[in-house]
Design a protein around this ligand. Sequence first.
Ligand SMILES: NC(=O)c1ccc[n+]([C@@H]2O[C@H](COP(=O)([O-])OP(=O)(O)OC[C@H]3O[C@@H](n4cnc5c(N)ncnc54)[C@H](O)[C@@H]3O)[C@@H](O)[C@H]2O)c1
Length: 378
Amino acid sequence: MIIGVPKEIKNNENRVAVTPAGVTEFRRYGHTVYVQASAGQGSGFSDHEYIEAGAQLLDTIGEIYDIAEMIVKVKEPIASEYPLIKENQLLFTYFHFASSEELTHAMIERKAVCLAYETVERADRSLPLLVPMSEVAGRMAIQEGAKYLEKPMGGRGILLGGVAGVKPADVLVLGGGIVGTEAAKMAAGLGAHVTIMDISLPRLRYLEDIMPANVDTVMSNEYNIRRHIQHSDIIIGGVLIPGAKAPSLITRDMLKLMRPGTVMVDVAIDQGGCFETSHATTHQDPTYVVDDVVHYCVANMPGAVPYTSTLALTNSTLPYALQLANLGWQLACARSEELLKGLNIVNGKIVYQGVSDAFGLPYVPVQEVLDSSSSINK
Ligand SMILES: NC(=O)c1ccc[n+]([C@@H]2O[C@H](COP(=O)([O-])OP(=O)(O)OC[C@H]3O[C@@H](n4cnc5c(N)ncnc54)[C@H](O)[C@@H]3O)[C@@H](O)[C@H]2O)c1
């Protein structure tokens, strides 16, 4: 198969969808890989490394879209890319269709095959291509929280781990999923006293088993949250109710219970945030203060560490991209339930219920599209 890797052009996006190691793997199976010049620069990969791995470089994004049967990307295409996309071209990337009607209509019109990272789903309902970014954001949340806890940054002026004779900081983690677990591990490793709250008792039992002694687990409810925020130095928001807006676990009136300089990191901001006073910020201007409480609400936290994020993402996406290249999307999706769940729009038809529901557009069962497409290709 001919694979194309364009340079990401979305504002401040430095990740790349295929690394030189990925190119080597594609080449091993006999595929041809075209990479746009400087596509890997933001993540620390030079054009020379791609050429050494067996890729062919093309100067413009137009040439990449023109030649490739499968485009592998990181972020959804933006408006200037829409006209470049061809009928039947396979696009494997994050789309988040339900948040953009414009993108949905554009992809329907282009009649491409859109396989979305975020809806590739395992039998246990986990989302393997979302997990790596939650791991990055969870770990980063503590790094950022610790930084803004410093006095010159607006925080209370507390060292996370304390020192001999001085108590460490208190970290409260709301949500004990991927983000929460990674945040708790990092904070505990730095010597802080950590409390994880979740509404799932089985999850709390699991965390109680695997976490070190300086991590406590507590049932998440309003009473417990009100009590704990009064002595927390950093509060991490990492809750998720799949497909819904995050619940406001800390309301505006609760801020006055906190000590001035407390830092709140709302990782769940991409789902609307789990603090009432949260609004999305950027890496250029990541924080703001409400009632003396520092809010950090960057919606694309992994974007600040593109080298780590690119490797974490591509470690997860490459095995799926190889299946698609080796078998073609029809056979790969027919054989893999995980990949089948990733299909969102196929040749102008919406085949993912959530996307059709979001905009009241017609839905076609994925199996129908797969069957008709396979018979055409026989
Ligand atoms: N800002 C960013 O850059 C960034 C990056 C990655 C992920 N995220 C977001 O972080 C959030 C968490 O992601 P995740 O992968 O950890 O999800 P996850 O599904 O692994 O974990 C979510 C946890 O929240 C718990 N929960 C639900 N309601 C709760 C409540 N009322 N109180 C306490 N816990 C509750 C669930 O039981 C679950 O354990 C998501 O919104 C995700 O989109 C943001």
